[in-house]
Design a protein around this ligand. Structure first.
Ligand code: NAP
Length: 241
């Protein structure tokens, strides 16, 4: 059996870096998807120094040509893909009151957090289909949970954010459409919430470490055959839709 291979988008820092490190520690060869060359190579070097079989994958999830080239590169390196972790994401910044928001902020966030996932997933699917046990993990957020938003629980909803929160709700909905189309193919597709993690994304205000945030995505990327598909998970269990 050839070396198991994973691709993590937005793997140069934060939770994505730790997902790459976690998969590497489990013996996966890891494609470090990142749009900036300097940050990407720094992450690859750090991972290799930690013993991970890492390779850099230039990848801007908003760019068709970049994503197509990334699929070609993974095909050259590995010929297949066992796990795709769609981790890259942005918040769009703090100015997200629905009554005053700049629509370009909403567009940009959806382009990255939702269309980016569709673009990357579709480009990588031919490689995933060559794996005996393909896994797709979409890094979502509990703030995309309509159940939690409508419950108004300040502890789980995050700030009012008409771009970021709904982008994760849409990502969850998109994920379920993949689950339906791929039913019976062996491709397991799930959403993960990493919890509130201290990263650039939130000015390092999160209360969990990136390593802790990586635990559920890594678990879902390495599910055994027959494992769940179409779920939304955090460390504590299932997140309500
Ligand atoms: P982060 O440290 O800001 O990392 C985000 C990563 O996404 C970076 O590598 C960034 O690359 C990359 N990225 C952004 N736009 C991209 C694009 N167009 N193409 C390729 N890569 C792109 O944030 P994080 O907290 O680790 O977030 C990772 C994921 O976890 C996101 O999907 C986020 O929504 C989710 N999440 C985070 C939290 C939290 O509390 N932190 C909670 C729930 C969910 P650059 O370095 O080039 O910008």
């Amino acid at each position: 059996m050839s070396t198991r291979t994973a691709l993590v988008t937005g793997a140069n820092k934060g939770i994505g870096y730790e997902i790459a490190a976690g998969l590497g520690a489990l013996g996966y060869r890891v494609g470090v998807g990142a749009r900036d060359g300097t940050r990407r190579e720094a992450a690859v070097t750090r991972l290799r120094d930690a013993g991970v079989d890492a390779f850099g994958v230039p990848l801007d999830v908003t760019d068709d040509a970049s994503v197509a080239a990334a699929a070609d590169l993974v095909a050259e390196h590995a010929g297949h893909l066992d796990a795709l972790v769609n981790n890259a994401g942005i918040t769009g910044g703090p100015a997200q009151q629905p009554t005053t928001v700049d629509l370009d902020v909403v567009r940009t966030v959806v382009e990255t957090n939702v269309l980016g996932v569709i673009r990357v997933t579709n480009a990588m699917l031919p490689l995933l289909r060559r794996s005996p046990s393909p896994r797709i993990v979409n890094v979502s957020s509990g703030v995309g949970s309509l159940t939690r938003q409508s419950a108004g629980d300040e502890g789980t909803t995050g700030p009012v954010a008409v771009a970021y929160s709904p982008s994760k709700t849409l990502l969850n909905a998109v994920t379920l459409q993949y689950v339906r189309e791929l039913a019976g193919t062996g491709v397991l597709v799930n959403c993960a919430c990493p919890g509130y993690v201290a990263t650039d994304l939130n000015g390092f205000r999160g209360v969990r470490t990136p390593q802790q945030g990586a635990a559920t995505p890594v678990r879902l990327a390495t599910l055994p055959d027959g494992g769940p598909t179409g779920g939304f998970f955090e460390d504590a269990g299932v997140v309500p839709w």
